[in-house]
Design a protein around this ligand. Sequence first.
Ligand SMILES: Nc1ncnc2c1ncn2[C@@H]1O[C@H](COP(=O)(O)OP(=O)(O)O)[C@@H](O)[C@H]1O
Ligand SMILES: [Mg+2]
Length: 473
Amino acid sequence: MGEQNSLQSAGVTGEWIWGDDLETVVFAQAYGHGRTIIFRFKFDNKSPRPLASRVATCYHDLNTSTPGHSFPTTSTMREAIWTAVANIWNVCCLHPEIHQLDVIIDILNEEAEHHGQQASWDLCHEKMYTDYVEMLSPASHLSLNNQQMSKIEYRSLVRLNQLGGRGCTTLVYNASDPLTKYVFKGINFRTFLNGYENGHILEEIKSFYRPMELIASMPRHPNIMAPAQTLVTVCKPGDTVPFVCGTLYPVLSNGDLAAYIEKSNETGQRIPATKKAKWCYQMAAAVAHTHFDAKTYHMDLKPGNFLIDNDWNLVLIDWEQSDAPVTTAAPEIDGTWDVEEVQVQNSKTFLQYTNYTGPERKNMPDTTPDDNGWNVWNVGLVWSRQCRKALELAEVFSLSRSMWMLLRQPDMGSFEDITATEEISEDWNMSEDIPLHGRDAVDRCLMKDPNERIGLHELVTFWSKEKREVESV
Ligand SMILES: Nc1ncnc2c1ncn2[C@@H]1O[C@H](COP(=O)(O)OP(=O)(O)O)[C@@H](O)[C@H]1O
Ligand SMILES: [Mg+2]
């Protein structure tokens, strides 16, 4: 982390660097000493040489033939951003308004030389903060199944490190009780600044509220994360009406299954067979409950979305329902297939898939990032109404790909550059400790033709028996 050396010696961590769509602004967010601060670097064509302009020029790859108007590489630009932040961090923190949530620190386009090598800056109360709060809903507008939830203001939370990927899942604590950590999941001002221009932020807000409402109305299951007990709120500047921007969950300190597999691999350990059988059973039970009892679907099944609780049981989190991971997605959800359940004989049915050849179709918002088939035509929305069996068997594929990752313990890092589910071929190298019938069951669920896969009821029965057998040895 050479680029953050000066920041880190100041006890601060640089978290995010991102730009606007107009390509004139670069934002950077850092946290430390109980504060999270957003910094802004704006391009100014009247003053192209100072830091802010150079950062914007380099980040957005703007045209310039003068080397002093940009940086030679992205990493020298990043280093310059974090060094500037390190140099002004302490003085910024002394500003009486720094704790206000609408604050952005503008790095001014003045020559740093005139300020003893420190970038000059200005504290700005960003008007877009009101736009951000106005996009959120008050608790009374959410269907939370009459759940009694406590409320806490976002401003009383102290952010620590971000967890997970591009979302806004963060470790936090209440300033009045630093020893009790929580996981914050929601939409903060940074998320807004990242997606406000093309309107995608509205979808992100919906994808945050939708699972909250879904889980609140779902019958409970031991292998599915219970609804959050605490809502996090923000208000418009100068106002006291609370809007819901997030939820708090207890921290499960054993982490998620993907990290657990990776950690075991790093230390060269095979996860014990009893644990594997129990976890496969619990994964299947959680997804079966989702389909048959809650009558819904998950769509983001992968080891990273199963947490390990304090009793070493798995719990399913992160109800995406709009995007799917390329590493576990079933091949038939790529938007090119339609499906119908047809009667064969007795009460048996068969799923008939037909390749869609009509005009281009879309049931996902234009602003959806990524360009996988399901980001354009989300079969979940259609099959959940028209053919639940097809949805079930697609989830069986994702579930079993996740089970394969657990049982086989492949190098999880090797999946980072995967662009399509077909790029992963499930081998059973070094898996002599996994019984043959267990491997066969997983292989069957990974068949390209969903009709060949095992249904969720049968899969739960299989893994329940397997778990009992392994435990009795
Ligand atoms: N309650 C929790 N306890 C511990 N770790 C958690 C918790 N919730 C989430 N995480 C960690 O954060 C990661 C991201 O959280 P998740 O809810 O899946 O959000 P994202 O939408 O970013 O994937 C998870 O993979 C897990 O490692
Ligand atoms: Mg996740």
